[in-house]
Design a binder for this molecule. Structure first.
Ligand code: 4NP
Length: 168
């Protein structure tokens, strides 16, 4: 294990019960596989489901691919996250907009010099889903949850390649 401070990534969606917990566990899996010194967490822009475990449909679909989401608990994105994390990844464009609004509040609270986090799309470097949104699966069927996993795996592979080039 490295003695360096880990690079910290926060995955963000609306509710923090479907997309971002999936992104958290999938990205962590790919980072750990490459022995990168990276910590991954997730949060929601809303406060709809504080303290709740991921949606049972997200858990079930992830489990079929070997990912365990059951221990995660939802929380809302907060201004401190912009000081704490190096990179904040939005699942869709509305999330991106809401994250940037809170980033401005964080700037007002802490001052620009204390903010660390870059804010980008989960799909920023993904050649297969380039700058595409991860569609919200909450009101849909099984295919939506599989698509979340497909995109999270694809975009996580792309991020791992970026992290390696950055020598993280
Ligand atoms: P998520 O999905 O943003 O991927 O966690 C949603 C979860 C809950 C709701 C919307 C989206 N909701 O309206 O409660």
């Amino acid at each position: 294990m490295s003695s360096k401070t880990p690079y910290k990534v926060l995955c963000v969606c609306l509710g923090n019960i479907c997309r971002s917990p999936t992104a958290e566990v999938v990205l962590k899996h790919f980072c750990d596989q490459q022995q990168l010194n990276i910590e991954v967490d997730s949060a929601g822009t809303s406060n709809y489901h504080p303290g709740k475990a991921p949606d049972l449909r997200s858990q079930a679909h992830a489990k079929k691919r070997g990912y365990n989401l059951s221990t995660l608990r939802a929380r809302q994105l907060k201004v401190d996250d912009f000081v704490e994390f190096d990179l904040i990844l939005a699942m869709d464009l509305e999330n991106l907009e809401n994250i940037k609004q809170l980033q401005q509040t964080a700037c007002d609270v802490f001052g620009q010099s204390r903010l660390k986090a870059k804010v980008m799309l989960m799909s920023e470097h993904d050649e297969f889903f380039y700058k595409q949104e991860v569609p919200d699966p909450y009101y849909g069927g099984d295919a939506g949850f599989e698509r979340v996993l497909d995109q999270c795996e694809s975009s996580s592979r792309a991020w791992v390649n970026v992290f390696k080039v950055m020598n993280i």
